[in-house]
Design a protein around this ligand. Structure first.
Ligand code: NAP
Length: 360
């Protein structure tokens, strides 16, 4: 695979820092541009991020001395220096929508962590193991935008990256009704215990907008390309409660599921064990060898023990058992800033490169 020059828009934020850490030694991608708000622009990355650096490893040496560019004012300059950008910014939705379209129209593809374009019918929202075929909507999107190369591809919300991967391989049994409670880490809000001391010894039963995303986004993932848009599926029916818990990283889901045609427990375990997607087939650099790991022990998976499994890109599942009201219940876990954010976006970018969408 040839090498690609990349930019990180929102590089000083929590997800942006994850991007730089993951990309430090990436076999295909070289970080050439970091960009953020006017507050950071003009400073070296090290100065701009300063005390906000929260990753467990040092600031990558390939990024520390880069001069931070202005994400909104320097679009053409950035587009001329990179093959594509990753984007994770904290701005209003309509501003993000406009920003990402401006990069795409400058012929710079955008792989986004933001939610602004997840509902746009010709923007693929991809968990690469599940719905990699949705990237083939990109020619229709390019036609709408009037671009040759530029497009936007997004990853889904971090909350659903544990339970949707667990349920999707069971589609042939007709996944009908799903009730899920998520227990979400504070890094999902871009926070640490230092910056959010109220979360120590506390649980907050509300995360703005999260329950809607957790219920609606899975339907687009189960959806199908029809002409120039992706049409969301009408089932499964999801209901979700999303709760913030005092955990640094790692979102857990407690799932109850009813099927059209109830499989045996052994059927489900076999589907999870055997499940592979396009990233495994193509041996993409960030793909976990085994996407879904099932743990037999009653007290697993645990956030602290399993969140970093396969570099934080695998999903851990446990406690599959029959339920008195639904068919089955189980728990599942994924790392919210790795698989759920930057890692998932890097894997999506690898897929797009392998399938020729980043070619010049
Ligand atoms: P964050 O830590 O608050 O970082 C926000 C970034 O946006 C910073 O780089 C900031 O630059 C930049 N920014 C803010 N206002 C800007 C402006 N007007 N123009 C240009 N850049 C601006 O947020 P985060 O947690 O990384 O989240 C970023 C995005 O990813 C959000 O849309 C979030 O919903 C999404 N996301 C987060 C997670 C997660 O687990 N944290 C998971 C999935 C998706 P300055 O430093 O210069 O202010």
């Amino acid at each position: 695979m040839k090498r690609f020059n990349v930019g990180v828009i929102g590089a000083t934020g929590m997800v942006g820092q994850r991007f730089l850490t993951i990309l430090e030694n990436h076999p295909w991608f070289d970080v050439k541009v970091v960009a953020a708000s006017a507050r950071s622009a003009g400073k070296t990355y090290r100065e701009a991020v300063g005390e906000k650096w929260v990753m467990p490893t040092d600031i990558p040496s390939n990024a520390a001395d880069l001069i931070v560019m202005n994400a909104t004012d320097d679009i053409d300059k950035i587009a001329s220096q990179v093959d594509f950008v990753f984007c994770a910014v904290d701005m209003k939705k309509d501003e993000i929508r406009a920003l990402e379209e401006a990069y795409a129209k400058a012929e710079c593809p955008v792989v986004s962590n933001n939610s602004a374009h997840r509902g746009t019918p010709d923007v693929p929202m991809v968990i690469p193991e599940l719905n990699s075929d949705h990237i083939h909507i990109i020619p229709a999107q390019r036609k709408r935008l009037g671009t040759k190369r530029g497009f936007i591809a997004v990853k889904s919300n971090c909350s659903l990256q544990s339970y949707v991967p667990a349920l999707f391989p069971l589609s042939e049994y007709g996944v009908k009704d799903v009730l899920v409670c998520t227990y979400q880490a504070i890094s999902g809000a871009g926070k640490t215990f230092k910056t959010w001391p109220d979360m120590v010894d506390n649980v907050i039963p509300f995360i703005g907008g999260e329950e809607e995303k957790s219920e609606q986004e899975p339907l687009k993932i189960w959806g199908k390309i029809d002409g120039d848009k992706i049409v969301p599926a009408s089932t499964p029916n999801f209901t979700a409660q999303c709760i913030r818990v005092p955990v640094s990283d790692g979102h857990m889901g407690a799932v109850f599921v009813r099927f059209e045609s109830k499989p045996s427990k052994e059927d489900i375990l076999k589907k999870w064990r055997d499940f592979k997607g396009k990233p495994q087939e193509l041996e993409l650099p960030s793909a976990p060898k085994q996407f879904l790991h099932y743990f037999e022990e009653d007290n697993m998976p645990q956030t602290k023990l399993q969140r970093n499994l396969e570099n934080g890109m695998a999903v851990s599942i446990g406690r599959l058992r029959e339920d008195t009201q639904y068919d089955y219940k189980f728990v599942c876990l994924s790392h919210n800033t790795l698989r759920g954010a930057a890692g998932g976006a890097v894997l999506l970018a690898e897929l797009l490169c392998a399938e020729g969408y980043m070619d010049r």
